[in-house]
Design a protein around this ligand. Sequence first.
Ligand code: ZN
Length: 136
Amino acid sequence: MSDVCWQCQKNNNLVYKSANLPDDQKQGRCRKQQDHLTNVATERAFYWDLVKESKVTAEREGVRLGQNDPCSRRIAMHYSFDFAQQVHYPSDPMQPGPVYFLTPRKLGIFGVHCEGVTQQVNYLVGESYNTSIASS
Ligand SMILES: [Zn+2]
């Protein structure tokens, strides 16, 4: 599994397939990917600046995760979130035999990470709570 973004995959595929093209077209494809990587570096630097500011704010204000009133502080904080859709776990530890390992339950994990305090809250979503839209 690759860890590059969709734009990188598309650009890299164009570069790979440019072996028999004229030099100006090869250079154009390489330049397109280089421009993308430059943008990514700029975005990443901006993100790290936000994380750094959030850590300074959290330290200064004594921010901790816990129950708070909404908008109870006049501060800015940076949060990241992600959803892991296909986490499997054994469904019944008392189930005898090898079927126990063959029929895991699915679990979704929605994680919200507070960058300022470097702590995360995970919401576990069992497969029985998943909804889907049936395609026609
Ligand atoms: Zn990329």
